[in-house]
Design a protein around this ligand. Structure first.
Ligand code: EPU
Length: 344
């Protein structure tokens, strides 16, 4: 098992924050995970499970052990009439896995192209984009409990999925690790969703008919045009969730702000576009020192280079404050704050 002492985590978090881990364990197989569990300086001093580092803001140096999910592998589990079940190890890069499924002619994940992170972290927050969520094609997953090393199989229903939510973020938070994930994908009669966002326009502009590949390419093009590449500008995608408010409050807001995008939910509440709210408060493209909100997508908090966690969190808190003051809407962070909470 590969381990490092006082390792910089800069390459392993998409905000590019240069914090250190007292000990970093690169878990490159499930056997490494078992060794980590048994090592007296490993899980016994566990501080953080690190996936793709694309949904966390590391607030300071980490004492103890950091376990990096780095085991990989893919296989076909089952082929049936019109479907295939594929399994990928938790450490597989999400985008490369999705592109592989598209290249095989398997449908279900194409709208989730170019999302940063790993296969094993996608179910944790049920990542979603362009009208599709991980839960829509997730078949089952294997999860190991830290306490006793027992492995359990979860069906889709067991995962408790919701908007950017799952049981792994809720009741089972920090209690175990996802080992591998199975997806049930279509081999014919694919559901080709193009109605969300600008996917249909992107296809029309490219002169292409909807297909798994053309949709994946359109999503990639849209994301590249709006979202900063973490390799160039540190960020974690959407920093806040799109907030949900009561129907009454949504109606008040609609009267005052007719152009505010509203998405009615099945339970009668209404989801609002956080990016729009943030833009209206003047934060789109606004920068305080090295931190700020992205110029092309106001929902994305950006490290313009050398920002500290404190600077990033200060901007996030100010944005929450301004949106609350202007619209009476509370923005909840989608990204996890890890370590000492910096001052507001
Ligand atoms: N908008 C603005 N100003 C902005 C940004 C957005 O007015 O600066 C408006 C847009 O014009 C549009 C609406 O807000 O009417 C929604 O914008 P967009 O389609 O860009 O999507 P989003 O709601 O901001 C969500 C996900 C993204 C996902 C996109 C596309 C959340 C928190 N975010 O963003 O997911 O890629 O939809 O499906 O649900 C992520 O979670 O990290 C992420 C990038």
């Amino acid at each position: 098992m590969r381990t490092e002492r006082n390792a910089s985590l800069k390459p392993y978090n998409t905000f590019g924050l240069d914090v250190t881990a007292e000990r970093l364990y690169h878990l490159e197989s499930e056997m490494d995970l078992v060794e980590y569990l048994d090592d007296p300086r490993g899980y016994a001093q566990h501080a953080l499970l690190l996936g793709g580092g694309s949904n966390m803001l590391l607030a300071g140096n980490i004492k103890g052990s950091v376990a990096r999910v780095a085991w990989t592998g893919r296989r076909v589990v089952e082929e049936g009439d019109g479907f295939v079940v594929v399994e990928a190890a938790a450490g597989e890069n999400w985008h490369r896995f999705v592109q592989w499924t598209v290249d095989q002619g398997w449908g279900g994940l194409q709208n989730l192209s170019l999302i940063p992170g790993l296969v094993g972290t996608a179910p944790v927050q049920n990542v979603g984009a362009y009208g599709v969520e991980t839960k829509d094609s997730l078949h089952a997953l294997r999860w190991m409990r830290w306490e006793d090393g027992e492995i359990e199989e979860f069906s889709n229903a067991d995962c408790g999925f919701g908007y950017r939510e799952s049981v792994f973020k809720g009741a089972l938070r920090d209690q175990g690790v996802i080992l591998s994930v199975q997806f049930k994908l279509t081999t014919k009669d694919h559901a080709l969703l193009t109605h969300y966002g600008s996917v249909a326009e992107e296809l029309a502009a490219a002169g292409r008919e909807p297909s798994l590949r053309s949709i994946a390419d359109a999503v990639i093009a849209i994301r590249q045009s709006k979202l900063p590449n973490p390799a160039e500008l540190g960020n974690s995608g959407s920093f806040f969730k799109n907030p949900t408010v009561s129907a009454e409050w949504a109606a008040n807001l609609a009267a005052a702000h007719p152009s505010l995008p509203q998405y009615p939910q099945p339970d009668g509440r209404v989801k609002l576009a956080a990016g729009w709210l943030i833009e209206q408060t003047g934060w789109k493209g606004k920068r305080v020192g090295n931190a700020g909100m992205h110029a092309k997508q106001a929902l994305v908090l950006v490290n313009y280079g050398g920002a500290t966690a404190n600077e990033l969190v200060a901007v996030a808190h100010q944005v929450q404050h301004d949106v609350q003051a202007a619209f009476g809407v509370a923005l909840e962070m989608e990204v996890n704050l890890i370590g000492a909470a910096p001052s507001a």
